[in-house]
Write a protein that binds this ligand. Structure first.
Ligand SMILES: [Zn+2]
Length: 284
């Protein structure tokens, strides 16, 4: 029989469960991070090994191999040198960092300045991705940048799952024949893609009515900060971020819960949940 009082036992269990599963589970994805307007935004999806934006480099972001930066405002990019430096310190492989093409040279210069100051290598693969461009981060996972509307160059990212299926013509062929075709360079599979997670960064609602952004509105999960044109969203869940620090944390959590049920509810009224005088942080 355990000597630990029941309450403590329960607490221990709760603590270890908390340690194992941080963040919130939305549509099968565990999502962690924090977002406080003007201070820091970092949204982490550990199962996909990636993070969006890095205002101050939370510890949990360091182990993600892929990082997507939406724009150059400090609360979205301030933690970047620390992220790269810490991975170097822990002998982790150089991360792959995606930035809007317009700021790629500036980001390179930023690393050069840090290298000059501390004589570290700051190894990383920096990818300047333009709106509409795609990049495979895994055979079954690709990213596409989309246009957002902010006061400086900015973009969002859609992460797609990619499934490769044998073309109809080759179904039923023996394995060695399929291999022979493959060796000859014949394209024997077709790829079907599905938008899983979209992240907007800072933007006005204009991105919603941009016809090029249709996949953003039908991604399983949309992480964004604006709610407008509610009827246009086909997402299964919407995670609202980037609240001002003046909002109640309880209010925001509740709002997030409501929004995560957006597809069931059909419509979410989200105004009137904030309290203007109490400070809170938005971490999950
Ligand atoms: Zn911004």
């Amino acid at each position: 029989m355990s000597m630990v009082p029941k309450n403590d036992e329960t607490n221990l269990e709760a603590n270890s469960a908390t340690k194992k599963k941080r963040g919130i589970n939305i549509q099968g994805y565990q999502i962690e991070g924090l977002s406080i307007a003007g201070q820091e935004t970092c949204i982490i999806v550990p199962s996909l090994n990636l993070a969006f934006d890095i205002g101050r480099c939370p510890q949990r972001a360091i182990s993600q191999d892929f990082l997507f930066i939406s724009h150059g405002h400090m609360d979205h990019i301030g933690g970047l040198p620390m992220y790269v430096a810490t991975r170097g310190l822990f002998s982790m492989k150089p991360p792959t960092i995606f930035v809007p093409k317009a700021i790629k040279e500036d980001v390179e210069r930023l690393f050069d300045v840090h290298r000059a100051m501390d004589q570290s290598e700051l190894k990383n693969n920096l990818v300047g991705l333009d709106v509409g461009e795609e990049f495979y981060i895994r055979r079954d996972l690709k990213v596409k940048a989309f246009k957002t509307y902010h006061v400086i160059p900015s973009q969002g990212y859609v992460i797609y799952s990619v499934k490769h299926k044998l073309k109809q013509d080759y179904i039923g062929l023996p394995g060695h024949e399929i291999k022979a075709l493959k060796d000859k360079g014949v394209e024997i599979t077709t790829a079907t893609t599905s938008p899983e997670i979209a992240f907007t960064g800072d933007t006005t609602a204009d991105f919603i009515v941009d016809p090029a952004n249709v996949d953003v509105l039908r991604a399983k999960i949309l992480v964004m900060e604006v709610v407008k044109y509610a009827e246009k969203f086909l997402n299964k869940a919407i995670l609202l971020i980037h609240f001002s620090a003046r909002y109640y944390v309880e209010g925001i959590s509740f709002m997030s819960f409501l929004i995560s049920r957006a597809s069931e509810l059909g419509y979410c009224h989200v105004s009137g949940m904030a309290n203007g005088n109490t400070r809170g942080t938005w971490g999950f």
